[in-house]
Ligand binder design. Structure first.
Ligand code: NAD
Ligand code: UDP
Length: 354
């Protein structure tokens, strides 16, 4: 049984009518994306319950909302049977470590999180006729042979490598979501998220944007894995959350997963140079071995989201890096950094590309 960290109560002080929109459960709510989503849902008038095992999530990610009367948090693992008394109108399933070092640390638990966790939450949705959202991933495309990746591409995934627990776990979860939808008529919404960054990533998270910024701020070597010619497309967290909300609120549930990401593509070497320039860092770039099965290129085709959700990202990489760098700068104790002309030029390039 989960441990409730704070019990829901009415907001008598402000007299505000809460839960206009019903009660939302956010699994992984103490994580990077989950904490931003909880904030957004509270702002939209929901009563919000975060459920998290605090594997990579942090209580301090919830500092801005923990006193909100419409917010509560349960410490619980989605692999285990859910608390019996949970009654919800909407479910957002974000529970799963997202960074390769974290999801590979206990691969069997990562797979269980995606499969047993999804089943537990889909059963909850079934019991309460709740709408359910799944945080899927661009990793379902594996090392893609089609570029950019549209939703109709089936992917190129290794079934037995070190990334497979995550990639195949997320693919299995997609299967479960659509099987529950066809079998029980549940309203499911599945977002395939492409690399997203922003404040509240952990400094030791291991993902590329947080690694590079923290290394640059500390003056440590910037660790580029492989030659750095591999590409990723980076989405700022606020844009991503807006995409989630539009997907969940779309009047018709799309009958397939929807790509949510920023289609502006960078090589990892370009990102390293941008971060060094942006932070005015004296860090050097060093090369480290490329992880097994590291995808060579990744860029979302977001035609469906543009056309059917009226969504596209608004925040250019340079602007998002400014917010993220300020966050890490404060977290690491504060160090002044200066923006170079080159970072500003990159921002112009992106606006043109969009
Ligand atoms: P994160 O690691 O910050 O957040 C994951 C949260 O889930 C953490 O709070 C963690 O403690 C919790 N969690 C993990 N396993 C759990 C379990 N078994 N039971 C309960 N809670 C559990 O990562 P994030 O970037 O915020 O990712 C959130 C979701 O979005 C994940 O499902 C991830 O796969 C997906 N996603 C993220 C990205 C990205 O770029 N950020 C890309 C693709 C998909
Ligand atoms: N990467 C890197 N240095 C780092 C961390 C990651 O060069 O310190 C590379 C990694 O090999 C991959 C890309 O950056 O090619 C994105 O890695 P991340 O772990 O952020 O996301 P994912 O590989 O899951 O897309």
């Amino acid at each position: 049984m989960g441990r409730v960290i704070k019990v829901l109560r009415l907001d008598t002080k402000s007299g505000r009518r809460r839960a206009d929109r019903g009660r939302a459960l956010v699994t992984g709510g103490a994580g990077f994306l989950g904490s931003h989503l909880c904030e957004r849902l509270l702002g939209n008038g929901y009563e919000v319950i975060a459920l998290d095992n605090f594997h990579t999530g942090k209580k301090y990610n919830l500092a801005g909302i923990e006193r909100d009367a419409a917010f509560s948090c349960i410490k619980h693992d989605v692999v285990d049977a859910l608390p019996q008394d949970l009654v919800v109108d909407e479910i957002y399933n974000l529970a799963c470590p997202a960074s390769p070092p974290h999801y590979q640390a206990d691969p069997i638990h990562t797979f269980k999180t995606n499969v047993f966790g999804s089943i537990n939450l889909l059963e909850l949705a079934r019991r309460h006729e709740a709408k359910i959202f799944q945080a899927s991933t661009s990793e379902v495309y594996g090392d893609p042979l089609v570029h950019p990746q549209p939703e109709g591409y089936f992917g190129n995934v290794n079934t037995h490598g070190p990334r497979s627990c995550y990639d195949e776990g997320k693919r299995s979860a997609e299967t479960l979501f659509y099987d529950y939808s066809r079998t029980y008529g549940i309203d499911v919404r599945v977002a395939r998220i492409f690399n997203t960054y922003g404040p509240r990533m952990q400094p030791d998270d291991g993902r590329v944007v947080s690694n590079f910024i923290v290394q640059a701020l500390r003056g440590d070597d910037i660790t580029v894995y492989g030659s750095g010619s591999q590409t990723r497309s980076f989405c700022f967290v606020d844009d991503l959350i807006e995409g989630f909300i539009r997907l969940v609120n779309a009047p018709e549930a799309p009958q397939h997963p929807v790509n949510i990401g920023n289609p502006v593509e960078f090589t990892i070497m370009e990102l390293a140079e941008l971060v060094i320039d942006y932070t005015n860092s004296r860090s050097r770039i060093v090369h480290r071995p490329l992880p097994v099965d590291d995808p060579k290129q990744r860029k979302p085709d977001i035609s469906f989201a543009r056309e059917h959700l009226g969504w596209e990202p608004k925040v250019a990489l340079a602007e998002g890096l400014a917010h993220t760098t300020a966050y890490f700068d404060a977290l690491l104790g504060g160090r002044k950094f200066a923006t170079s002309q080159r970072a500003r030029t990159a921002s112009v390039r992106e606006v043109v590309a969009l």
